[in-house]
Write a protein that binds this ligand. Structure first.
Ligand code: GRF
Length: 206
């Protein structure tokens, strides 16, 4: 009989279509995580419908928008001091994965979080750089490559330590849509394996 290793519980934080959430659920059996909860800033988004269909508990909160100040809204409160705390206490995720979460996430050393960003960080990051804005900026530049990055969530928006990256070519005839599709395809490969890696790091520290 095949030995089944224990899975590590994770949360996925979402705000939009949930394409990555859906993918993470599809490939879950090949990886070391199990999605035990979803956190959202947008209770009516498609990602929540995906979670509901799978009977995954959802926490919907009022996450402040990014404010253009040296310290972002992410530093205003940590998980311990926010309404989300009970959800964490109940399901005890080892890691939270921000997969299309567009608001600052409460930084808390007790509850590590990983974010995926559709650029080669530190390029095209921070306030105003999300979704198509990133790809438009690459198309407007002279860059010959783009890609995606997974980084630890820190007190500063989009600036935590980089865990992993993937590079994709920017082709001569690309537009923002063709480039976005190529980057997203690479994100689907990068994210699940990066979660496995992040979990190893988190577990080794606990
Ligand atoms: C990805 O491109 C990711 O890099 C960014 O949001 C996109 C995924 O959102 N942070 P979704 O899964 O389509 O909602």
């Amino acid at each position: 009989m095949k030995h089944q290793r224990a899975k590590h519980p994770i949360f996925v934080a979402v705000s939009g279509t949930g394409r990555l959430l859906s993918h993470l659920l599809t490939v879950e059996s090949h990886h070391s995580y199990s999605v035990v909860g979803v956190v959202t800033s947008h209770p009516n988004c498609q990602a929540v419908t995906i979670a509901d269909k799978k009977h995954i508990p959802v926490f919907s909160g009022d996450f402040p928008r990014v404010v253009n100040q040296p310290k972002t809204a992410a530093t205003i409160q940590n998980i311990e001091s926010s309404e989300i705390h009970g959800f964490y206490q109940r399901y005890q995720p080892v890691l939270t994965v921000l997969a299309g979460f567009i608001r600052p996430f409460p930084f808390d050393e007790e509850w590590p979080a990983l974010n995926i960003h559709p650029s080669l960080l530190p390029k095209y990051s921070g306030v105003g750089f999300y979704g198509s804005k990133v790809h438009q900026a690459v198309i407007a530049s002279d860059d010959v490559v783009s890609g995606a990055s997974c980084h630890w969530v820190s007190e500063e928006y989009d600036q935590g330590e980089i865990l992993s990256q993937v590079v994709v070519p920017r082709l001569f005839d690309d537009n923002e849509y063709t480039l976005a599709a190529r980057v997203f395809k690479s994100e689907k490969k990068l994210l699940p394996t990066s979660i496995d890696l992040a979990l190893k790091v988190v577990i080794s520290k606990s």
